[in-house]
Design a protein around this ligand. Structure first.
Ligand code: SUG
Length: 424
């Protein structure tokens, strides 16, 4: 039976804004208070999806949850209809309110950890919703994400969608951004690598708890390999491992300073995957890696063989980084092509091409268990583009989040998306 990897990208929501909510995420902090362009952002995301479809890859999408998150604020005690809840929260606790306005669910790599059917205890694909409990704005995503993943991966003969782990620091979980799967082929058994942080006095938060990966491993019935992210990477601003490393099938592309115990990881990978190909980069600094998001590329297997690296435009702007890309592509490894995409609006909040997608290995049989409305074809892709062109605001000044006219525009956009989902 054939198994392919499907990328499910987060459709960037109409409230995309720069509120500077993520401490330790250099881009988010440095663009705090800037003017965002939600329409351009969503169109950039859709153009990236299109680029992958044009390569012959199968592409899905995950709709954005409704923002501002009136439901989350209501659960925190604000009363009344949505409008009243939002007015009260914006007046009484503007910081909390800004957190409830974030469109951060767009970074689908943080939606869940996905364990392949070839690895799991029961042969199903397991998706464990991430609690994202370290960052307040991101912690609001989990209930919506869980509901949406259940809708998309609707057939429980093929998929097991799990709710988030308890939202405490002991289990803080950022999903697939800290998980790498190494295997000979997508459909074969693989090594599941969980990269976690630790309490070691770093200057930035370490968002992934080791216990989260251990719990995910138990839930999915696998034996995970747990390894510590390097403190140097955290301190340079690698708030997720996928900012300094990316794996695809038998290839691991990583910065040489990404892991605390690089030798242990490489030895485990070589034991699990006989044709393991490490592609290590030590020619650029961690700062260059994080500034350019070279390692936040999508590494994909092309239908006719070989792999392509889908890079953000920022990687071309730094000559040292581009030199490293050319060396990778020319090297003795399966990475044969470098393709540049423009996801600048997402990048300005610290989200590159790889952040925007959740990878799901799907067998031919499991494919039928996915709600087809979330699989892109020409018609659905065009419909989403048209929806965004018509309903997404052109710009949002982060200082105007409390403007009720903005909420009205955002809710109208979400209503239009809901209507579209009823018809496609
Ligand atoms: O969690 N940025 C996100 C970026 C997530 C990137 N994802 C991966 N690396 N997989 C974060 O820090 C910024 C929101 C703001 O500042 O408005 C934000 O949430």
């Amino acid at each position: 039976m054939m198994t392919m990897e499907i990328n499910f990208d987060g459709l960037i929501g109409p409230m995309h804004n720069y509120a500077g909510l993520s401490a330790g995420n250099v881009a988010s902090a440095s663009n705090a208070g800037a003017v965002s362009q939600p329409r351009a952002a969503a169109l950039q995301g859709l153009a990236k999806m299109r680029r992958l479809m044009d390569l012959g890859l199968t592409q899905g999408f995950i709709p954005p949850p409704r923002r501002p998150a009136a439901a989350a604020l209501r659960a925190l005690g604000f009363r009344g209809d949505d409008q009243a809840v939002l007015v009260r929260a914006a007046t009484e606790d503007p910081v909390l309110f800004n957190n409830a306005c974030s469109a951060s669910a767009m970074w689908a790599a943080n939606a869940a950890t996905v364990i392949a059917g070839a690895d799991s205890g029961d042969g199903r694909v397991h998706l464990v919703t991430a609690n994202l409990s370290t960052m307040l704005h991101r912690s609001f995503e989990a209930p919506d994400t869980y509901a949406m993943l259940r809708t998309i991966f609707r057939d429980d003969r093929h998929f097991a969608v799990h709710p988030a782990l308890p939202g405490t620091q002991h289990f803080s979980d950022e999903g697939a951004a800290n998980h790498m799967r190494l295997t000979r082929r997508h459909g074969e058994r693989g090594l599941n690598v969980f990269v976690h942080g630790a309490a070691r006095g770093s200057r930035y938060p370490e968002r992934q708890a080791r216990r989260a990966g251990e719990a995910v491993s138990r839930i999915a019935g696998i034996e995970g390999f747990h390894t510590l992210q390097s403190q140097a990477a955290i301190e340079a601003g690698a708030f997720h491992n996928d900012v300094v490393a990316v794996a695809n099938e038998n290839v691991l592309l990583a910065h040489a300073a990404a892991f605390e115990d690089r030798d242990g990881l490489f030895a485990a990978a070589a034991r699990a995957v006989p044709d393991f190909v490490p592609v290590e980069v030590d020619s650029i600094t961690l700062e260059d890696a994080i500034g350019s998001y070279l390692f936040n590329s999508q590494l994909v297997t092309l239908p006719h063989g070989g792999m392509a690296l889908i890079l953000p435009g920022e990687a071309c702007e730094n000559s040292r980084v581009w030199q490293a890309v050319e060396t990778i592509v020319a090297g003795n490894n399966p990475i044969a092509e470098a393709i540049v995409v423009d996801v600048r609006e997402s990048m300005r909040n610290g989200g590159g091409p790889a952040c925007l997608r959740l990878r799901v290995p799907v067998s031919d049989a499991a494919r039928g268990g996915i709600d087809p409305r979330f699989m892109l074809d020409e018609r659905r892709w065009a419909a989403l583009n048209e929806l965004v062109e018509r309903h997404w605001p052109e710009r949002i000044d982060a200082r105007d989040l409390a403007d009720p006219a903005l909420w009205e525009t955002a809710f109208a956009a979400h209503d239009a998306l809901d209507a579209l989902l009823r018809s496609i």
